[in-house]
Design a binder for this molecule. Structure first.
Ligand code: NAD
Length: 511
């Protein structure tokens, strides 16, 4: 449930179910469609987390118009003052962390330690971006002419539209909203339909911290219905999507038609290489955490493990033995290590890929089934699944599954491992386990991905470094750190001539 002590975004419906409304211009309002949808706990679908608005175009238009009105004033608030509000929000999020983590586990299923981490990521981003309000540096540089001053400043863009996925339901909205507002933009966010509550919790806190009406607006609903009105609205200057590559293609195309700034953070199929000289215990810990953390539902999940032949058998035996022992269950139980799939459709996709793997000739070493006995029957639980002797060209080694299904691929040496790692449409994260510094540096140079870890799995990004990927993982922008400031501002170059004469720049002087 949303925290009752707050000005709650919900009103109580029949029984104890809360009905959450859209947040537009500082008011919680019902959708113009009169339609709603349910948010249920994937670990126990008898548990109704809340009812949310199934919005339509009119709601999107109202939110964008509110954001545009707010922009006129918000852009004039000095950046350090904007950032102070974000700092206050960080302090408040810290106080509310446990409640928000519990809400998040209920709505998306990942285990409580991880949802505390997801909330912490929003707190870290808030502290980082609060500091950015006093930086946002731009260059001052000598002019080519005497008595002339030259500099470049960062300006906000205007109204930004944000579309987010369900797997990091507070962290990802924070990566977008916080830099955007510190830079002076206003926002309309459409959270994923599986996990809207965590976005509500974040925005509620920002509002309580003092973000003025209209600066952040939430319109909940389905991307297929309100995606287009959000992206196509002429007042929207920038669109930021984190989601699948398939939806990224739709959003990128829509943005391009109207020359809108567009940041796309999309799918991944992340390789972890284990060489013969690796610390095998460490590689096993990393491979299990990277493969099954968040039930494999991370864009950076370690979904391919490429193991050198000298340690292949030992690694595979020990990996499978430990995967079988992972405790699967309701993430609110502190001892549980892996929660459910986020919804029935994702669970079915995972099971379909198990069949694809088997039919391709990969060796199913453990798992592959739905867990549906006892209390499991109320949720979307799967066994941790490992395929061995996987050919790098198989579909299970090429396509993003987004579930607890790991493919282990044998290799001869580092060169072949890098070739396999790179021979894929995606390029988000990558990892290498070795004790040889020369090999580590070769991999750091040659793995074609946005992120490379040495002696750590493919997951675990920190908020102050650029986050994003290459190839079908994105369109070249980065979230996190300075990458986010770059996206939510545009440069203006300014020349001040104090010579009191017409001075022609070199471009205009023929000699
Ligand atoms: P998704 O693409 O199905 O949905 C993402 C968002 O897009 C949702 O809010 C959805 O409602 C919206 N959407 C759907 N159709 C749309 C349309 N036609 N127009 C506009 N918006 C539309 O993804 P998901 O299932 O929520 O999340 C999982 C995916 O996200 C995976 O592919 C994962 O790799 C990716 N992801 C990437 C990163 C990253 O930073 N690279 C991080 C997390 C997740």
């Amino acid at each position: 449930m949303a925290t009752d002590t707050l000005a709650s975004p919900a009103v109580t419906g029949s029984g104890t179910t809360k009905i959450y409304k859209n947040f537009i211009d500082g008011e919680w309002v019902e959708s113009s469609t009169g339609e709603t949808f349910e948010n249920r706990n994937p670990a126990d679908t008898r548990d109704l987390v809340g009812i949310f608005q199934k919005s339509g175009k009119a709601d999107v238009d109202t939110a964008i118009e509110a954001a545009q009105r707010a922009y006129v004033k918000w852009r004039m608030v000095p950046a350090p003052k904007r950032a102070e509000i974000v700092f206050r929000a960080a302090e408040m999020l810290l106080e509310r962390k446990e409640q928000y983590a519990r809400d998040m586990t209920r709505e998306m299923g990942k285990v409580i330690k991880e949802t505390r981490g997801d909330t912490q990521e929003a707190i870290d981003t808030a502290y980082y971006m609060a500091g950015e309000g006093r930086r946002m540096f731009g260059p001052t540089t000598p002019s080519e002419l005497p008595n002339k001053f030259a500099m470049a400043v960062r300006n906000p863009l205007g109204v930004c539209a944000m579309i987010t996925p369900w797997n990091f339901p507070m962290a990802i909205p924070s990566w977008k909203l916080l830099p955007a507002i510190v830079c002076g933009n206003t926002c309309v966010i459409k959270p994923a339909q599986d996990t809207p509550l965590s976005t509500y919790n974040l925005v509620q806190t920002l509002s309580d911290a003092g973000v003025p009406h209209g600066v952040i607006n939430i319109v909940s609903g389905f991307g297929s219905k309100i995606g287009a009105p959000l992206m196509d609205h002429p007042l929207v200057r920038a669109i930021s999507l984190t989601g699948s590559t398939e939806v990224g293609r739709i959003v990128g195309t829509a943005a391009a038609k109207n020359f809108k700034h567009c940041s796309l953070e999309l799918g991944g199929k992340n390789p972890m290489i284990v060489l013969d000289d690796a610390n095998l215990d460490l590689a096993l810990d990393g491979g299990l955490w990277g493969g099954f953390g968040t039930t494999g539902q991370r864009c950076t999940a370690t979904s391919r493990i490429i193991v050198q032949k000298g340690v292949y058998s030992e690694f595979v035996d020990r990996y499978v033995e430990r995967a079988k022992k992972l405790k699967v269950g309701n993430g609110l139980d502190e001892s549980v290590e892996m929660g459910p799939a986020v919804n029935e459709a994702q669970m079915k996709t995972d099971l379909d890929y198990v069949e694809i793997g088997k039919s391709e000739g990969a060796k199913l070493l453990c798992g592959g089934n739905r867990l549906d006995q006892g209390d499991y029957k109320y949720g979307w639980f799967l066994e941790p699944t490992v395929f061995g002797d996987v050919d790098p060209k198989m579909r299970i080694a090429q396509e993003e599954i987004f579930g607890p299904v790991v493919s282990i691929i044998p290799c001869d040496d580092l060169d072949q491992a890098i070739e396999i790692a790179n021979d894929i449409d995606y390029g988000l994260s990558s990892a290498l386990y070795t004790k040889d510094v020369n090999k580590a540096f070769r991999a750091m140079r040659d793995l074609y991905a946005g992120i490379t870890y040495i002696n750590a799995p493919t997951i675990g990004a920190e908020v102050h470094l650029p986050f994003g990927g290459v190839k079908a993982t994105g369109n070249g922008h980065r979230e996190g750190g300075i990458g986010a400031i770059d996206f939510y501002t545009e440069w203006k170059s300014i020349y001040v001539d104090y010579s009191d004469t017409l001075q022609r720049a070199q471009i205009d002087n023929a000699d």
